[in-house]
Design a protein around this ligand. Structure first.
Ligand code: HEM
Length: 167
C-alpha cells in the first residue's frame, strides 16, 4: 500500500519523502544561520545585494510553508490561499535569482532550475483550475522537491550558507 492515513487524510509516500527532504534542508539551513551567527560569519557577510535579500525573503518561508501545504488537507479555502502564497514566493525566488551571479559571474546551471520553476508554477495552477488534481499534485510536489534540493545545494562549501555552516 503506497498511501498512509495522515491526520484523517492520505499522504502519498512520494510526498512524505519530499517533505522529509524539505525538513532536513530547513534544519540544515537553520543550523547554518545559528553557526554563522555564533562565529560572526553572518555579520561579516554583505547583505547589501537587494536581489539576495529578496531571494532569501522568498525561499526561507517557502520551505516550511510548502511542506505544510503538502501535508495538510487539500482543496479547501486555506489550501488555495496558502498554495497561492507559496506560488508567489516561488516565482519571486526564481525571478530574483536572475539578479544573482555568485558562482560563475554569469548565469549558472542553477538558473535552469529558475526557468523550470517559472514554467512549473503557472502549469500547476492551470492544472488545478482544470481540476486535473493528480497532475496538479505531481507538478507542485516536484517543484517543492526542486526547492528542497536547491536549499541543500546552498550549503556546499564556497556558497554563502555553506560558508556560514563551515565557518
Ligand atoms: C531554501 C532554499 C534556498 C536558499 C536558502 C537559497 C539561497 C541562495 C543564496 C544565499 C544565494 C546566493 C549566494 C550563493 O550562491 O551561495 C542563492 C543563489 C541562487 N539561487 Fe537560491 N536559494 C534557495 C532556493 C532556490 C531556488 C528554489 C532557486 C530556483 C528557483 C534558486 C536559484 C538560485 C540561483 C540561480 C542562484 C544564483 C547561483 C549563482 O549563479 O551563483 N535558489 N540562493
Amino acid at each position: 500500500m503506497n498511501d498512509v492515513a495522515h491526520s484523517g487524510f492520505l499522504l502519498p509516500a512520494r510526498d512524505r519523502l519530499i517533505v522529509t527532504l524539505g525538513v532536513i534542508a530547513g534544519g540544515a539551513i537553520l543550523l547554518a544561520f545559528v553557526h554563522g551567527l555564533a562565529s560572526g560569519a553572518v555579520a561579516r557577510s554583505s547583505m547589501r545585494n537587494l536581489w539576495l535579500v529578496m531571494h532569501l525573503v522568498a525561499v526561507l518561508p517557502a520551505l516550511p510553508l510548502g511542506a505544510y501545504v503538502l501535508v495538510r488537507r487539500k482543496g479547501d479555502a486555506l489550501h488555495r490561499m496558502l498554495g497561492k502564497l507559496w506560488a508567489v514566493l516561488m516565482l519571486v525566488a526564481a525571478l530574483s535569482s536572475f539578479g544573482l551571479r555568485g558562482m560563475t559571474g554569469s548565469l549558472s546551471p542553477i538558473h535552469l532550475l529558475s526557468v523550470v520553476v517559472l514554467l512549473m508554477i503557472p502549469r500547476g495552477i492551470l492544472l488545478a483550475r482544470r481540476h486535473r488534481i493528480e497532475a496538479h499534485r505531481r507538478v507542485m510536489s516536484l517543484t517543492y522537491l526542486g526547492l528542497a534540493v536547491a536549499a541543500l545545494f546552498t550549503l556546499l562549501p564556497g556558497r554563502l550558507l555553506g560558508s556560514w555552516l563551515f565557518s
